[in-house]
Design a protein around this ligand. Structure first.
Ligand code: GDP
Length: 306
């Protein structure tokens, strides 16, 4: 039976894929192999002998973490990706999907963001280290396709959220950080402090939807050009706060701290390619996804990833 290896299964998409209980899927996490190390990467691929790879492993954070760790995120992501794709090639993997993020797109770009525009200008300075490293996934996949005929595809999801995220208050992504902050503010009866103006717009996609789309892409998507995975529904940070506050049942005051970064104002993304392939795919509404995520957090706190 052909095995599918999933790297980086300690994260939220890996968690969502695991929950699908698929046969012949092998999941590895950080402690199984240090993928920044070529020899360890090779060893684990030679042991598992996968035919397909879902490559999720990455060093990720929200805007706070990206500003603090720009060098570390550049180094670790570029090394993980170069090693994983090279070892996949050497060991005869027939299909590999890897993930970028919409933050790879140029800061100054025409909207909606389109798969063709990835390299047409520098990324936003708040996450340049991460973004440049991630852009190289597309470059390496394309180069390997051309020289070695590797069917390595690249997906570009927008902001993913869901169960088993990183709930760090300073370095997490906006949804897990805010759920955690609202939870703490409710518990202590204090005000809720939200970063920035509340005006930036983001597109949020639930991890279970990304898990389903990933499996579809593994089966059906073979193009050289990446594919953006999004519902193309822009939500302001203020609207997001309202949904989380409602779900957690927080009744206190909400303050927007403009001394904190807003990041990119918006990054609306073009999902026309996805819609062409999957016209009937229905994304989980934000309210439902947030409900599940808040429930998961409440059930698992304080034993959650920080
Ligand atoms: P980004 O999409 O790469 O910028 O990543 P984030 O998931 O970190 O989202 C950042 C946006 O959410 C910015 O506009 C922030 O100002 C806003 N935001 C509001 N509160 C928070 C928070 O507690 N944590 C984070 N990470 N962002 C927040």
């Amino acid at each position: 039976m052909k095995k599918t290896l999933v790297t980086g299964t300690g994260g939220l998409v890996g968690y969502a894929i695991r929950k699908l209980n698929l046969e012949n899927f092998i999941y590895i996490i950080r402690k199984d192999a240090d993928l920044t190390d070529f020899a360890q990467t090779k060893r684990i691929f030679e042991k598992i002998k996968p035919k397909r790879v879902i490559h999720l492993a990455a060093e990720v954070a929200g805007i706070g973490g990206n500003i603090i760790h720009s060098g570390e995120f550049f180094r670790s992501n570029i090394m993980i990706n170069v090693n994983v794709l090279e070892v996949a090639r050497l060991t005869g993997v027939s299909k590999l999907i890897s993930f970028m993020s919409t933050c790879v797109f140029p800061d100054k770009c025409s909207y909606p963001l389109n798969e063709r525009d990835i390299h047409s200008g520098p990324p936003h300075p708040s996450n340049a280290g991460y973004a440049y490293a991630k852009r190289m996934l597309e470059v390496q996949s394309r180069a390997y396709r051309k020289e070695f005929g590797c069917n390595f595809i690249v997906a570009i999801p927008t902001n993913i959220y869901g169960e088993n995220d990183i709930w760090n208050l300073e370095e997490g992504h906006v949804i897990p950080s805010l759920i955690h902050k609202v939870f703490l503010a409710k518990k202590s009866g204090s005000d809720l402090v939200v970063w920035g103006s509340g005006k930036p717009l983001r597109e949020f996609v639930y991890s279970r939807d990304i898990a389903k789309l990933t499996l579809w892409a593994m089966r059906k998507y073979d193009d050289e050009l990446p594919i953006i995975l999004t519902n193309s529904e822009e939500v302001s940070i203020k609207q997001l706060v309202d949904v989380i506050v409602e779900e957690v049942g927080f009744k206190g005051k909400v303050i927007f701290d403009r001394a904190k970064p807003d990041g990119q104002f918006r990054k609306p993304s073009d999902n026309s390619k996805l819609k062409k392939h999957l016209p009937k795919f229905s994304f989980t509404p934000l309210e439902k996804g947030i409900k599940n995520t808040v429930e998961w957090f409440m059930k698992n706190h304080p034993n959650v990833r920080m």
